[in-house]
Design a binder for this molecule. Sequence first.
Ligand code: KET
Length: 450
Amino acid sequence: MASRPPSHTTASPSSSSSSTPLSRLQNIANHMASPSVTSFPPDAVPQAPEDPLFGLARAYKADDSPNKVDLGIGAYRDDNGKPWVLPVVRKADEVIRNDPEANHEYLPIAGLAALTSKAAELLLGTGSPALSEKRVSSVQTISGTGAVHLGALFLAKFYKVNGANRTLYLSNPTWANHNQIFSNVGIPTAQYPYFDKKTKGLDFEGMKSTLANAPDRSIVLLHACAHNPTGVDPTPEQWREIAAILKEKNHFPFFDTAYQGFASGDLDRDAGAIRYFVEQGFELVIAQSFAKNFGLYGERAGCFHYVAAPASDAANTTTRVASQLAILQRSEISNPPIYGAKIASIVLNDPALFAEWQENLRTMSGRIISMREALRSKLEELGTPGQWNHITDQIGMFSFTGLSEKQVQKLREDFHIYMTKNGRISMAGLNTRNVEYFAKAVDSVVRSTE
Ligand code: KET
């Protein structure tokens, strides 16, 4: 084999054709420069691990097995395993394209008012006294992540006791990004028990006792419905008990709602917990995503809402809060993106399109529910060791299977099935073509690792 010249003298193929002696010299000089000139050495900027969820998506894409199955990121797929542009979204898109007045101007800082007002109604209900009493301030955000972030920033700056930030309690487990969003703005986080590994349901006693023993005026993050990653939601009765504890302890509720309409297929029902808390007179905030229920993932449509408790000065409080949210928003993103906001707003403001959207939501939640049934019955048919009732008991986009990290790894290596290490599967990744393949793969790894 011919020996290769030392690498620092090798011009890259793309530069060799156009390189001049001077640029080659420059290249050599660059390679010889001391590596210590950076202001960001490894001890200051250590190599961070890749985001697990987006890393999973990348690995899935690179896998050329015809059998591969993507159960990673929470994004809806149709029965052919393809992304689904909701028919109602196509119609709204046509409305935009046919509008001679449509342009690419900036939105106001708080976003598209026609969206934010309807978005608040969607959560609180059209007749909500909070709306008529002007106790709600809404800001359009960069989808749900941006809404959680704006809320986190607001609380970091303005919700303090004796000058210190309050601790925010997250369910164990929770959406992984919650931890880093809150710690990025300096809000300390703690956990409350949530998932009971034995029953694969809610650890309600653990949750209640941790919240009851947390310091007064803690912040409690609650998933409004279709809990991510477990698919386990409190019952209406349990929500009432949770609300009673939060009230007793003066805790501050922070709702994250990314799956309204995805859990039960019914928008009102999926907003039940939020509406109950508002009825109980809480002051609270809500981060709302339209990524999943409109299939607008990459368009980044969402809202952040502040709701004041009923009081004589509530409308003034709301105005003050809105003024500070505007300052935060201006410095962070100036104003939010327009396209997804217009799509959602067109649908929310047109009764016929709204009805069609509800139909589209039922199509998505219905297909997911039928996949839960198919998966459970296949596993039971195969006699796969263990109980599988939790697959149909859990609700929403995800199922927390109970598979171990080792089993998850084996599913990926031996069967090209991609899911997060904690055993979460996105139910939307299953379809009539691959559910049997998946069930058989699970059966095989469960037996071989018993
Ligand atoms: N809250 C929760 C609970 C949530 O699951 C997500 C997304 C978001 C907020 C934010 O979504 P956005 O696209 O910013 O509106 N979850 C899925 C995608 C992700 O992690 O970004 C997921 O867990 O797969």
